[in-house]
Design a protein around this ligand. Structure first.
Ligand code: RIB
Ligand code: CA
Length: 314
């Protein structure tokens, strides 16, 4: 079994990702840590506790993480597409909430990594504030982290929270740069270029709702999130960004990745939070001393959707 930590800002698509992590037999879910992002860390922490309660995983410790970015405070959050409670107004339908760990996120991650007999995979599906803090506080643990699988960034797609930036990176660009460009931990980045091509339809959600209480609870979070993405796509469908990243964390090779050095715009101008993939090739990038990140630019949408369905309904 793969030891896994999920760092998350639930979040509608985070909820689908956590369900996959909680219900996959290949995974030893050692901890869930929460971060500011889609909603406040108070809400993301309560949501994570409730989601794990719904999934029957009171055995998984929840560590509360950062309530703000490392450097610059945010002027706004994501456009509210996750609802004011972060779960489409349906947070109260989930639970009962599991206990919150006495350890906060970074201490809990460090404790899990130190106690593990094998290197731990960390799936980060929100802003990277906790992960950057872990790397800064405990650089000695880097060699005990098997890989990061991050949902975030955009190579050629453009932005979602701004014209240029993807939300998780935009919410804390300094943290994202520390992780993507300042760490040696093998890293797979799952950007909008891919996640915006792997959607689920309203009909798919209706069928999921008919498969049992977990599917019904997840499908019920759709309202504002599905409306926003349906307007974007021109048909009734929504992206499940974080679930794609979790499927890759659980089954390496789910996505097809290209090694690219990644830098992050940490300016305070219109490009803040832009992820810059160096497409010149490894030789050119090497001159800058940049390390390659495995950037997931392709996958079989039907196969990923089928795998998501299997793990949510199996
Ligand atoms: O840009 C998509 C990411 O931002 C996802 O993690 C979603 O949950 C939001 O946090
Ligand atoms: Ca998220």
């Amino acid at each position: 079994m793969t030891p896994l930590i999920v760092d998350t800002d639930p979040g509608v698509d985070d909820a689908f990702a956590l369900a996959v992590a909680a219900r996959s037999p290949e995974i030893d879910l050692r901890a869930v840590t929460t971060v500011h992002g889609n909603v406040t860390v108070d809400r993301t922490t309560d949501n994570a506790r409730r989601l794990l309660g719904t999934f029957g995983r009171a055995d998984v410790p929840v560590g509360r993480g950062a309530d703000r970015p490392l450097v610059h405070l945010l002027g706004r959050r994501s456009a509210g597409i996750h609802g004011t409670d972060g779960l489409g107004g349906r947070a109260a339908d989930f639970g009962p909430p599991v206990d919150e760990s006495s350890l906060r996120a970074v201490a809990l991650m460090a404790s899990v990594i130190e106690a593990s007999e094998e290197p731990v995979v960390i799936a980060a599906i929100g802003p990277l504030t906790n992960i950057a803090t872990l790397l800064s506080a405990r650089p000695d643990l880097e060699e005990s982290i098997a890989r990061f699988v991050l949902m975030g960034g955009s190579i050629g797609y453009g932005g979602n929270v701004s014209a240029a930036a993807e939300f998780n990176v935009w919410a804390d660009p300094e943290a994202a740069r520390r992780v993507l460009a300042g760490s040696v931990v093998p890293t797979t980045m799952v950007p909008l270029d891919l996640t915006m091509r792997i959607t689920v339809s309203a009909a798919w959600l209706d069928e999921l709702a008919a498969c049992g209480p977990v599917g019904a609870a997840l499908a019920a979070t759709r309202e504002s999130y599905l409306a926003a993405y349906s307007a974007r796509f021109g048909h009734a469908a929504m992206a499940v960004h974080d679930a794609v990243a979790l499927l890759e964390a659980i089954t390496p090779g789910t996505v097809s990745a290209t090694p690219l050095p990644i830098d992050v715009d940490t300016s305070t101008g219109p490009g803040r939070g832009t992820t810059i993939g160096d497409l010149r090739g490894p030789e050119a990038a090497a001159t800058d001393g940049a390390r390659p990140v495995d950037v997931a630019l392709d996958a079989d949408p039907d196969a990923v959707r089928a795998e998501l369905w299997r793990r949510l309904t199996g």
